[in-house]
Design a protein around this ligand. Sequence first.
Ligand code: ATP
Ligand code: MG
Length: 192
Amino acid sequence: MSEAQWERTLTVSTAEQTHALAAALGGVLEAGDLLVLTGELGAGKTTFTQGLGEGLGVRAGIISPTFVLVRIHPNRADGPRPGGPDLVHVDAYRLDSAAEIDDIDLENTMDTAVTVVEWGRDRVEHLSDSRLEVDLLRSVGGEDTEATTDGGVMDFDTDDDDEPRTIVFRGFGPRWAEAPQLLEITSPVEGN
Ligand SMILES: Nc1ncnc2c1ncn2[C@@H]1O[C@H](COP(=O)(O)OP(=O)(O)OP(=O)(O)O)[C@@H](O)[C@H]1O
Ligand SMILES: [Mg+2]
């Protein structure tokens, strides 16, 4: 399935807004859903996944799964969606092919979990007939993010400083025939 059925672009200005947007999305995801996260190093893929985990109400502790390729976060009985889906968080950065993805047996958990794959593009599409793609992009045209002078003091950006992101969602397959209602809002940044 190569053609997206729809595309929605939102912009956020802080990591907290990325988290909050993902948490809202986590509130409407269902077991069997496959999310494919794309974005350069530090774009916010794990930050987004942490927000999904909050919205799903899964056990905390979502981190960059650098050495462990797959982590399963069970749904919490005291969370916002008791009995809801678990979260399976995959980092496919070191996996070179769909064949290596098959070795980690995601099929076993897909029926009862939302499966989120960082660096999943061109590796996991075969796992489901539907997927939601999420691309996180450092917003372009931000010359002012390199270094600024403030009263003569150089202020270099670090990774932890909030920066704008453009987040592009694309739906593929029957599950995503319609865009989720929460993506129909204008950017949460506007007017804030
Ligand atoms: N608008 C934003 N959205 C998300 N993260 C942001 C934003 N602005 C700044 N950040 C910061 O950028 C960093 C994103 O790190 P994160 O681990 O989520 O990226 P990643 O895409 O998972 O990276 P990797 O490719 O290494 O797995 C965090 O330190 C976060 O605080
Ligand atoms: Mg990450």
